[in-house]
Design a protein around this ligand. Structure first.
Ligand code: HPA
Length: 265
């Protein structure tokens, strides 16, 4: 599902960035945007300058695309993403994933903030996404209808590799299933109980459209969730976006260390 909107945004970026080959594209989720500032930036473009690019309405999503260099390879880094709960269509939500594909990225690395459902998770944990659950929203993604039944863009061997990489750098990573919640409000305890019984380890409001798109076009994807809070009903306190961005900020050193090692390796 590539549209004229995607083509126009790609053409604009290609003219601005003038880059032959991107190694990987990285989408930085809520509160995780500062990672982009740790790489050598070759050029940054505020998304507000790109004609028809959807504006980010969420605190902690800066809306910037950077071409960065690390260990001699080029990376495209999205600070902030486009969410369904902001009222944007699927065509718009998948823009970063489509651009990743059009720039011939070998990998799409998708990060997000998520609520922890698994009892062994605590705020600050980093979870490798093993599979996704979005049964109750399948109809919403009808235009990606011919995607495979499982998110084959997630590669178990690649995940094993990242898990082992984590232990080499003394990061105890979690692995689990990411459940989709459309938002914008956080879930009710009953909804979390439903996702828990369905086998979900974490819940969030993003990432799945990008993963489905990657599967469809045969691009390898890696999903990393930063567990910023315990999900509704599991947490004893009221959930807030401030808690999400604060935890993401606390964990940013570990998060950067992991991402740098992934892209280096
Ligand atoms: N639910 C949904 N999305 C989230 C959460 C949550 O608890 N935390 C961060 N993003």
């Amino acid at each position: 599902m590539e549209t004229s909107l995607h083509k126009n945004i790609f053409q604009y970026l290609q003219a601005e960035l003038n880059t032959p080959k991107i190694k990987a594209t990285i989408i930085l989720g809520s509160g995780l945007g500062t990672f982009a500032d740790e790489l050598k930036k070759i050029k940054s473009i505020p998304t507000s300058r790109i004609p028809n690019y959807p504006h980010s309405t969420v605190v902690g999503h800066a809306g910037e695309i950077s071409l960065c260099e690390y260990y001699g390879e080029l990376f495209l880094v999205f600070k902030g993403r486009i969410h369904a709960y902001e009222g944007y269509s699927l065509e718009k939500i998948i823009i970063p994933a489509v651009l990743s594909h059009k720039f011939n990225s070998d990998y799409l690395i998708i990060t997000n903030a998520a609520g922890g459902i698994n009892e062994n998770f605590k705020p600050g944990d980093l979870m490798i996404i093993e599979d996704v659950f979005y049964l109750h929203y399948k109809k919403r993604f009808k235009s990606l209808a011919d995607f495979p039944q499982s998110p084959s863009s997630i590669n178990r061997k690649l995940n094993d590799f990242i898990f082992e990489l984590g232990s080499k750098i003394n990061l105890e990573l979690k692995r689990g299933i990411y459940g989709y919640s459309l938002g914008p409000s956080y879930e009710t305890p009953a909804e979390i109980e439903f996702l828990k019984r369905a086998g979900c380890d974490a819940v969030g409001m993003s990432t799945i459209p990008e993963i489905i798109y990657s599967s469809k076009v045969g691009m390898k994807s890696i999903g990393i969730s930063c567990i910023t809070n315990l999900a509704a009903g599991i947490s004893k306190t009221k959930l807030s976006h401030t808690e999400v961005t604060e935890t993401a900020n606390l964990v940013k050193n570990n998060f950067s260390l992991l991402l740098k090692n992934i892209i280096k390796n």
